[in-house]
Ligand binder design. Sequence first.
Ligand code: URP
Ligand code: ZN
Ligand code: ZN
Ligand code: ZN
Length: 460
Amino acid sequence: MPLLIKNGEIITTSARYTADIYCENEAITRIDRNIDAPPGTEIIDATGKYVFPGFIDPHVHIYLPFMGTFSKDTYETGSKAALVGGTTTLIEMCCPSRKEEALAGFETWMSQAVGKSACDFTFHMGVTKFDDMAEAQLREIVKRGISSFKIFLAYKGAFGIDDTELYRTLKLAKELGVVVTAHCENETLVAERSKELLAAGKTDPGQHHESRPPVVEAEGVHHLMTFAELTGASTYIVHLSCQEALNEAIAARQRGVDVKVETLIQYLVLDKSYAERPNFEGAKYVMSPPLRDVRNQSVLWNGLRSGLVNTVATDHAPFDFKGQKPMGKDDFTKIPNGIPSLEERINLLYTYGVKTGKIDIHTLVDVASTQVAKTFDLFPRKGAIQPGSDADLVIFDPNYRGTISANSQMMNVDYSAFEGWKLEGRPSAVTVRGQVAVKNGKFVGTIGRGKFLERKPSHF
Ligand code: URP
Ligand code: ZN
Ligand code: ZN
Ligand code: ZN
């Protein structure tokens, strides 16, 4: 059925104007004032609302075997939460263990999503081991439509790779035009400091950030930048949390290294005092890199405004407070790392970023949609409101007032890191390739309609 969105204020990275948007065959076909709808057209009245391009989350974990357990969402619960929160495309980290072959891992992650997701999706292919067999399989995976890799300099003994593997991965990425996304922390320093803290009886969640202070992340970034400089590979630093790490990325950029920087909504609005909350409450806020001193928040907001920081993701990693976080009750190194936030990224960015004047509304579109699409070879199919683009649209109501609560969230996890926080605005309707998936803030989409998005590498 054709779809007409009437009278909305269209917001892109550089423009805002009132117009109607007509969509047919999954795509936007016309943008104009006063479009007449043919009989049978579904009409959404967007008067008084913003119309944004569908938001893209460049860093989520839906299926994640990690630290002796599994993240809680499935593609059914995760894509519903994403859509209700205005995210129409997910880029998940495909993270096979070092014992698993790359191709088998890719197929496992695909099987979690195909036929089960209500929104579109693609993957960063995790390179958790690099040898001749892995190289051959990575070439095949790129042929199947993947144009980004993911590497971990952290998580020694789990996903982390060594320097030989790092060098060879970046060389392959350069040859194939693939962008390499990277978790940057020096894993040796984390392991040594963790041992020292535990030996001193410091076991509570608030010790987690002591084990991996800002210089540990900065060293990880510096390390990656050295390898990127020598290989010429395009790089993307995931979940950058602090000034020290950003300085390393900026310095590398100044010497010509191709590097983009992602931060997370968590680092923009939370700080390390949350992880220091008593009675194990801090475990809700344990993630890596950890929440930082509050002074870093303005560094990151300023970075978004100036373009030094390119994107905002969630690194959505849902682990129950009651059933899973207590695995680390007596040892902070065993607390499953991650903070769920897939549903709240856009609402928090709008309420605590745009409404407070920290970023403008065009920057919101850029860092949460358009820049992501450009970096990961999805633009202009995604990340744009123009004829020919997929009809992924977010009709956002700036007059909505509400409160975040785990009781009403769609994410399949038993707590919210933002319990009781006020929201000033939320998506009222969301479309995925021309089909309405959210109406009046409620999911009405189709499980299984989400498509795998094949991407062609462009980072040569
Ligand atoms: O704490 C985090 N970030 N958990 C998810 C895994 C990762 O490092 O991205
Ligand atoms: Zn990570
Ligand atoms: Zn180093
Ligand atoms: Zn992650």
